[in-house]
Design a binder for this molecule. Structure first.
Ligand SMILES: NC(=O)c1ccc[n+]([C@@H]2O[C@H](COP(=O)([O-])OP(=O)(O)OC[C@H]3O[C@@H](n4cnc5c(N)ncnc54)[C@H](O)[C@@H]3O)[C@@H](O)[C@H]2O)c1
Length: 298
């Protein structure tokens, strides 16, 4: 049985804590919102406003704090206060603890922000009193508790091999694909790319929906067929290699040509334009090598 603290007990924190409880671990929820704490206590859960590590054995402290955006930036203020309070608790701790960043954060946060904050407020050095890890959450809000209990992908990153091993042991019983990385920034970028990829796919089909509506066609059967016909959809390894533009005959011709089809029904297709722009940039960087030999040729 592991000792677990959840710092930030909202959607992700609650699902994470309940999942660990269900697996037989000892879990304490921490939050700054008294109403949130009351709601958790009313469910019989151990919930507190302060983290106290003084008499605790070595534990995992999951940071599931909010990271909303303000314009084109992440608001890291909850991470600042949350990391500082964990640092203060570490100062009084006897054992060494693993601090795990589970929120979605800009790449570099665990090592460039959380670790120095913990160091400053605990007066201890990484590896001596605490270690830092990244373990992004992939759950969907609508099915948070179920998704936590049955993940299809678990990503763990830490510079410390021992920490990777211990977190892996903690999370492996939940099942799914477990991937270990040494650099926490890799795990952080995985989660950002994961969300951006999903958003891009949705915008792609919304853009096609607008075109099909103008052409008097129903999108659903078209999209459902392409979802099974396009290699980019059925082959998870297709098109994921960075640094090479798409080439060959079909992709350059049809991306360019279709802009004219959209224009003829009064649509601009900003996403398709961006696709072409990115490819042109890549082709320039690759020295005009966007030919049939490109690894992304179709
Ligand atoms: N909601 C989702 O579906 C989902 C899925 C995957 C990842 N995420 C990511 O997980 C993170 C948390 O998201 P969420 O949806 O659980 O947020 P949330 O707003 O539901 O919960 C955050 C909790 O943290 C508490 N909090 C704020 N400052 C605190 C502090 N200093 N100390 C202790 N508690 C504090 C808040 O009171 C709140 O209860 C975000 O980075 C988010 O992007 C969310």
């Amino acid at each position: 049985m592991a000792r677990i603290f959840i710092v930030g007990s909202g959607v992700v924190g609650t699902a994470t804590g309940k999942g660990f409880l269900h697996a037989g671990h000892k879990v304490t929820f921490i939050d700054v919102d008294e109403q949130r704490l009351e709601a958790l206590r009313s469910q019989g859960l151990d919930a507190h406003s302060d983290l106290d590590l003084m008499a605790e054995p070595s534990s995992f402290i999951f940071l599931t704090l909010p990271t909303p955006n303000v314009g084109h930036a992440y608001d890291m203020s909850a991470f600042e206060t949350g990391s500082a309070s964990v640092g203060r608790a570490l100062r009084k701790a006897i054992e060494s603890h693993v601090v795990v960043v589970r929120s979605t954060v800009p790449p570099g946060t665990a090592e460039g922000f959380v670790e120095p904050t913990l160091q400053e407020y605990s007066g201890k050095n990484p590896g001596d009193g605490f270690t830092v890890a990244s373990n992004p959450e992939f759950l969907r809000a609508a099915s948070a508790v179920e998704d936590f209990r049955h993940p299809w992908m678990t990503v763990v990153a830490s510079r410390s091999a021992r920490t990777r091993e211990r977190l892996g042991e903690l999370l492996r019983p939940f099942g799914g694909d477990l991937r270990l990385f040494a650099n926490p920034a890799e795990a952080e970028l995985i989660k950002c790319a994961h969300n951006i990829y999903n958003a891009t796919k949705i915008s792609f089909w919304n853009e096609m929906w607008r075109v099909s509506r103008e052409l008097g066609l129903e999108l659903d059967p078209i999209a459902q067929t392409v979802a099974r016909s396009a290699e980019g959809s059925i082959n998870p390894l297709y098109g994921i290699r960075g640094g090479a533009p798409y080439g060959g005959v079909c992709l350059p011709k049809d991306t360019q040509g279709f802009l004219g089809v959209a224009e003829s029904v009064g649509l601009r297709m900003p996403l398709l334009r961006a696709v072409i722009e990115v490819n042109d940039q890549m082709a320039r960087e690759a020295g005009g090598q966007a030919g049939a030999l490109s690894p992304n040729a179709a």
